[in-house]
Design a binder for this molecule. Sequence first.
Ligand code: EPU
Length: 438
Amino acid sequence: MSATLIVHGGTPLVGDIDVRGAKNLVSKAMVATMLAEEPCRLRAVPEISDVQIVSGLLELHGVRIDSTDEDGELILDPTNIAQAQMADIDAHAGSSRVPVLLCGPLLHRLGEAFIPDLGGCRIGERPINYHLDVLRQFGAVVEKRPEGLRLTAPHGLVGTKVVLPYPSVGATEQVLLTAVRAQGKTELRNAATEPEILDLIAVLQKMGAIISVPNDRVIRIEGVDRLGGFTHRAIPDRIEAGSWACAALATGGDVYVRGAQQQPMMTFLNVFRQVGGAFDIDDEGIRFWHPGGELNSIVLETDVHPGLMTDWQQPLVVALTQTTGLSIVHETVYENRLGFTAALADMGARIQVYRECLGGLPCRFGEANFLHSAVVSGPTPLRAAEIDVPDLRGGFSYLIAALAAEGSSKVRGIELIYRGYERFSDKLDALGADYSVA
Ligand code: EPU
């Protein structure tokens, strides 16, 4: 059922909030438990619907999941793992891309895996060709069926040399989750090295895996026969932290994000400072605020880590509508992640989208006719509007725009935001936002 918020904008967000484990690590660490032969403890798990989706998926496969009183702790026991029916997987995972990551673990544990059609945010085509190519390299046989894909490994999974065409986060995770129990050694080149991936490597090492990250975009894995359990506190959610930072800037506010860490956010912090935002880092978190005066227009280009992550682009664009001059945005990770700007334009933002690469470097999308660059001209006061949440990050960005706008906006479809922003309405309360549920 679709839920709507009526947001009365124009009030700066001021106060303290907490962020817990990163959605994009937690879901993968939960999948990693399927490789274990003992119970695993994952801490700082946020209460978001993506975690519920992955929990449902693992339970379908026989993983027992209990929560404890410890801060967001889940105990996942995979000892009785079993194959689930394709229709059940489909029903549970229609809105997630995580099922594709179950392939390696299921092939190791049960000798076969099913994947239904995959969901996830509609921010581009989001194919799984890299995943399937990688699995085939390990020895998997992929059979297309009307209801999805069935994978088997008639001769077992064997370590291999993989060079990814692009440093995909998911394909890198696919290699890790498959190689740790494959026979022999695997070398992955052109790997993604996002902090969430390094945290997944930390989880796998706790389980008994042998993984080294010797130099630029190379990961080496030596397969082992058995993996045990782990106790792990998830890395904090840097996307969520950055999103609240943008909300502070766009509303002229002051938000302390307890749990935010400097290291994984360095690129974001540089951009935040270039725009004119202020921040202060202490042992517990990071305070973000608008220091008053004009904000600066910038050139913003998304890239794989250590570049500026694509998930920060959408909330940053809302803040850019409040800067003086022309900002340039070049989205190089997803071909269709600027569609959300149309609704911002309806709210009074001056944003023009382009098919050309407007950043410093040409990207994969320049020749392919995708509207993946934008020019934002500011500052423009935003006015209230009726908006439909298009995807997770776009949805939170609309919320920021509605909070910054004068008047009352209707934001429909906010349940999508719960996929990745824990208790966000409680956090809005803590920051003094003026809104009501329609
Ligand atoms: N790609 C392919 N073929 C593949 C896989 C990816 O062409 O088989 C392309 C994608 O279409 C995209 C690019 O490679 O253009 C990068 O995709 P990647 O595989 O890195 O992304 P992902 O693993 O599907 C994760 C996060 C995203 C985040 C990206 C980039 C999860 C569950 N999702 O997606 O997070 O934007 O990495 O950092 O971890 C979000 O949290 O809102 C979100 C979308």
